[in-house]
Design a protein around this ligand. Structure first.
Ligand SMILES: [Zn+2]
Length: 408
């Protein structure tokens, strides 16, 4: 979802409008919410003016591997960290042992650990190269940055450990090594393309499922082997790293995605017969005309009363719905299809590859696929791997304009 769409008029409505739904009955197993991966620009919260924190201690000895800064939590009133031989390190880089667990609270622009006052930007690590935060273990270090009256926790982790954590969270354990390898290359490329947009923020990515999931260093052996076997490999097109999105299932055709600001290369759309049997790949949602009309009126874009007509009024070249038009009280209201998706709830209205027809007294939105539909189709990749295609061929299928390059 773009920042533009987030700023639209109904954005305060973050929670899915379950009242809108007469029924929502996608067949098959429910894919992980994790797999909803709308692409582009994460929307960063506006930041209060703060001094930039000092760079943290590099967690990896491997200087070739880029460092990724992943925001794990923000506006925290208290942070508890634990680890084997926990230490903290300030601006001078010297390590100081922590006796037991660390409970850190904000203290007038700085951090307080017990009776010690530490500067914003202090990093914490463990002697085994990992640290625990909020029930999960993270490779690398965790930097605590004072933001307003709270604390932001940022995991500084090398790219390979990060990609392993993402692949473990984004693929099912039962999936084979080839799809995990393909996923690793896509996640590595996407992440590096994101790093090229680094701004003044103290982090590069969040753990949100809106971008890519990351649950720390708990990674099974098969996933770790798959990631290691593609170490440093990225997708490149015309000399630039591809912002390689991935989507749970594309619904039959992937959607082209332009490169993001900062000059990352784009993604082409391809016809994909491989995800036809993805669980929940075909779905429908029934909308109640009165509830929908009330919702639009509540957003100030219609006078009220039931929606008398609802139709897709524009499609993308690759076939996704781009815009829908609702008629309320004789007045036509246009909205982006992806805004309708997030208005209804992205787990119910699973993609914008849909059509709309009258059904009973209401409207039935029928669609295929789950997610934004761009880049690597995860269920399609899984089916290709099951048909003995290797990871290079799978990536070549979804990114036909790109080639593989080993960066380190
Ligand atoms: Zn697909």
């Amino acid at each position: 979802m773009s920042s533009e769409s987030r700023r639209r008029w109904w954005w305060p409505l973050v929670a899915p409008l379950t009242a809108l739904l007469v029924s929502s009955a996608p067949p098959g197993a429910t894919p992980q919410a994790a797999l909803v991966v709308p692409p582009p620009t994460p929307t960063w919260a506006p930041l209060p003016a703060q001094a930039e924190p000092p760079p943290s201690t590099r967690p990896s000895e491997d200087l070739d591997v880029p460092l990724v800064r992943v925001m794990l939590g923000d506006r925290l009133r208290s942070v508890r960290l634990s680890g084997d031989g926990l230490w903290w390190s300030g601006p001078d880089g010297r390590r100081h042992a922590v006796d037991g667990d660390a409970r850190v609270v904000p203290d007038r622009g700085a951090l307080r650990l017990g009776t010690q006052r530490l500067p914003s930007g202090t990093s914490f690590g463990g002697l085994d190269g990992s640290v625990r935060f909020s029930g999960r273990s993270y490779a690398g270090t965790i930097q605590l940055v004072v933001r307003g009256r709270g604390i932001m926790a940022v995991n500084h982790v090398d790219l390979e450990h990060y990609v392993a954590g993402v692949v473990a969270a984004e693929t099912l354990g039962s999936w084979g090594s080839e799809v995990k390898r393909a996923q690793a290359v896509a996640a590595r490329s996407y992440t590096l393309a994101s790093l090229s947009r680094r701004g003044d923020r103290p982090y590069d990515l969040t753990v949100s499922s809106l971008v890519q999931l990351y649950k720390g260093k708990k990674v099974d052996a098969a996933t770790r082997r798959a990631v290691e076997s593609t170490r440093g490999v990225v997708l490149e097109s015309r000399g630039r790293i591809v912002s390689a999105y991935y989507t749970s299932s594309c619904g039959g055709h992937t959607e082209p995605a332009r490169g993001l600001a900062g000059g990352t290369a784009g993604v082409k759309g391809v016809a994909d017969p491989w995800c036809a049997r993805a669980p929940g790949g075909k779905w429908h949602v029934d909308l109640d005309p009165s509830a929908f009309g009330e919702t639009l009126a509540g957003r100030g874009v219609a006078e009220g009363g039931p929606v008398t007509s609802l139709a897709v009024s524009r499609r993308t070249a690759a076939g996704q719905a781009a815009e829908v038009t609702a008629v309320v009280g004789g007045q036509a209201v246009q909205m982006k299809a992806k805004d309708l998706r997030f208005l209804v709830g992205p787990a119910q209205l699973r993609s914008t590859r849909f059509s709309i027809r009258r059904h009973g007294l209401g409207f039935r939105v029928e669609g295929t696929g789950f997610g934004h539909g761009s880049g690597l189709c995860q269920w399609g990749a899984h089916a290709q791997a099951a048909a003995r295609r290797d990871w290079q061929r799978i990536l070549g299928f979804y990114f036909p304009d790109a080639r593989l390059r080993t960066l380190y």
